[in-house]
Design a protein around this ligand. Structure first.
Ligand SMILES: Cc1cc2nc3c(=O)[nH]c(=O)nc-3n(C[C@H](O)[C@H](O)[C@H](O)COP(=O)(O)OP(=O)(O)OC[C@H]3O[C@@H](n4cnc5c(N)ncnc54)[C@H](O)[C@@H]3O)c2cc1C
Length: 399
């Protein structure tokens, strides 16, 4: 640990790994510090949705390219969604090729469940616009659900069938990014980060196993980012939002083809299991899975997929989304600390955002800038007293 790295990245979730890979790929020396094996936290337990950009400003097929020119002038969320969606398509073969890991980037038709007139109105308003922009969206009536699976119980106002959605296995993606960073020369250090001190010429990350010295440091600690930066005297508004997910073993029978999305998401993934996600609660860092969440998820499934009523659970997981007061991620210099940057706040979309964020963060740090090319993500955009929302916010929709 006597080397001086160009960059030290604290946190090996998908945000830290993606940034570390981009930095290492450019030939910089990079140390990645994490207290746990890759994929132990949310990055290894997400549902793994990568959605097309579904917003009311998504109006032009060029935006799916996600490059600087086609997203210029868009609001922050739409720009980020376009950049993220296209980064997944652009980088997939490189990540799989370098890592040798197939992370199951699979296309799935989504049926948005429309329980009431209001939801039907919203989707009928946007369907033509999204279709024209390249994301085919078709409104269907309850009777049409049988076209997709004749076992389904359709909601009263039918659904919106939306193309262009993908899923990944988030644990495999995280491990693939780890392999990519490693193949590009990054060093992985298993240690708890305790603090960072800045000294003339570099910064020192103090860890449970000793100091790691680097010219520049990235704090990418997911939901722990706020607590850690507090130790450095900097307030960064990131809070844990607990998310529980069930993986159910379906009875013998045909597999469910589309991804169903309403109050929650249901999708049968390559492992054959029925993934049901997710709850959102504010319970600090208590990671105990609860019976209440399991019941809530199962009841929502049975309303549409009654054949799942008695399906045993292969897994019931609980982990923490990093949430910000406005639900968008953050990236930028940490206060007035010249050598330290921070990125976090992926909330319910960190898997989708991580590749675009990694590129943007690496570019910002290499060029010694305060913020990324995706405008509006500065960590200091919140008032000093900004806190987590009191009521759970719905994490499962890009709208
Ligand atoms: C139930 C659920 C479903 C989800 N579904 C989706 C989805 O479908 N699509 C999507 O895009 N996103 C989804 N997400 C969101 C996504 O999982 C997160 O936004 C993303 O994984 C956050 O990545 P991260 O790298 O910021 O944080 P994390 O994955 O939490 O990584 C933070 C890392 O920091 C390390 N760490 C913390 N403190 C220290 C310390 N002091 N020293 C050293 N290491 C430390 C931890 O060990 C961890 O490895 C979901 C999340 C949940 C909970």
């Amino acid at each position: 640990m006597t080397d001086v790295y160009d960059f030290a990245v604290i946190g090996a979730g998908v945000f830290g790994l993606s940034s570390a890979w981009q930095l290492a790929k450019e030939g910089h020396t990079v140390a990645v510090i994490d207290r746990s094996p890759v994929g132990t936290e949310a990055s290894g337990f997400a549902l793994g949705r990568v959605d097309p950009p579904l917003t009311d400003t998504f109006t032009d097929s060029l935006m799916l390219k996600g490059d600087a020119e086609s997203i210029a002038g868009l609001d922050t969320y739409t720009a980020l969604a376009c950049a993220s969606y296209s980064a997944h398509h652009r980088l997939r073969s490189e990540i799989e090729g370098v890592s040798g890991i197939d992370y199951e980037f699979d296309e799935r038709l989504m049926i948005e469940l429309l329980p009431d007139e209001r939801s039907r109105r919203i989707f009928s308003r946007d369907a033509a616009q999204w279709t024209a922009a390249g994301v085919k969206t078709e409104l269907i009536d309850p009777v049409d659900f049988a076209r997709f699976d004749d076992r389904l119980i359709a909601p009263a106002f039918g659904g919106a069938v939306i193309s262009g959605g993908f899923f990944v296995d988030s644990l495999k993606l995280a491990k693939a990014l780890e392999e990519c960073a490693y193949a590009s020369g990054a060093t992985f250090i298993t240690a708890e980060a305790i603090g960072v001190r800045v000294q003339p010429g570099n910064a020192v990350v103090e860890t449970s196993t000793g100091d790691v010295t680097a010219a520049r440091v990235l704090v990418a600690l997911g939901p722990w980012t706020g607590d850690f930066t507090q130790r450095l005297g900097q307030h960064v508004a990131v809070y844990p939002s607990k998310g529980e997910l069930l993986r159910l073993v379906p009875p013998e029978g045909p597999s469910l083809k589309p991804h169903l999305h309403g109050e929650i998401s249901m999708v049968q993934k390559r492992d054959g299991l029925f993934w049901v996600a997710a709850t959102a609660d504010y319970a600090g860092f208590d990671r105990t899975p609860t019976g209440k969440a399991a019941n809530h998820l199962r009841n929502a499934v049975v309303e549409v997929a009654p054949w799942m009523a008695d399906a045993p659970a292969a897994a019931h997981t609980a982990c923490f989304r990093p949430e910000t007061p406005d639900g968008l991620p953050l990236a930028g210099r940490l206060g007035d600390m010249e050598r330290i940057w921070v990125t976090s706040g992926g909330f319910g979309w960190g898997i989708m955002y991580c590749l675009a964020m990694g590129e943007a963060v690496a570019s910002m740090m290499v060029t010694d800038n305060d913020e990324t090319d995706i405008r509006g993500l500065r960590p200091d955009r919140f008032p000093p007293d900004a806190s987590a929302p009191q009521d759970p916010r719905k994490p499962g929709r890009a709208l």
